[in-house]
Design a binder for this molecule. Structure first.
Ligand SMILES: [Zn+2]
Length: 156
């Protein structure tokens, strides 16, 4: 999606039903008010700044609301970013040297899969391997997750 007000038109009738929350803060179950269609939505705001929508059957939606059982497509941030690349969406270009959203994403990717390489992280983030190494050097796991730091920052 993106551009020409398409987001606004689509989301005019789509309502959020359930947030996955916790480790998958990007993941939502939503439903169209007009036709009742259920959607699984990944709200990607760091690399592509896009929403990814996957149509759900009624059964799939019921498994989410009843058993907290989500389809796997957007279950990790790596999968979400791979979806963006598979759709040939261009990653955002950041002007600062160490943008927090890239640092947080690199941290999350490494937390999800500790053996992920700097090359893979570079590809997923749309940056060079040199930039990726610089980012990873800037990550500070001992200070807690980006979420904990954000909460502290906001005083929650
Ligand atoms: Zn609809």
């Amino acid at each position: 999606m993106g551009g020409d007000g398409l987001d606004e038109r689509v989301f005019a009738t789509i309502e959020n039903v359930i947030d996955h929350g916790a480790d998958a803060w990007w993941l939502h179950l939503s439903r169209c008010r007009a036709c009742g269609q259920n959607w699984m939505i990944a709200q990607e705001e760091r690399i592509f700044d896009e929403h990814f929508l996957r149509r759900l059957t009624v059964d799939e939606a019921n498994r989410i609301s009843g058993d907290a059982e989500w389809p796997v497509e957007f279950s990790s941030y790596e999968r979400v970013l791979k979806t963006g690349h598979a759709l040939h969406i261009r990653p955002c270009v950041f002007l600062d040297r160490l943008p927090p959203s890239l640092i947080w994403t690199a941290e999350d990717l490494r937390k999800e899969r500790p053996d992920i390489s700097t090359e893979e992280i570079a590809f997923l983030l749309g940056i060079t391997e040199t930039q990726s190494k610089r980012l990873l050097a800037a990550t500070t796991p001992e200070r807690g997750s980006w979420w904990q730091r954000t909460r502290r920052l906001l005083g929650w």
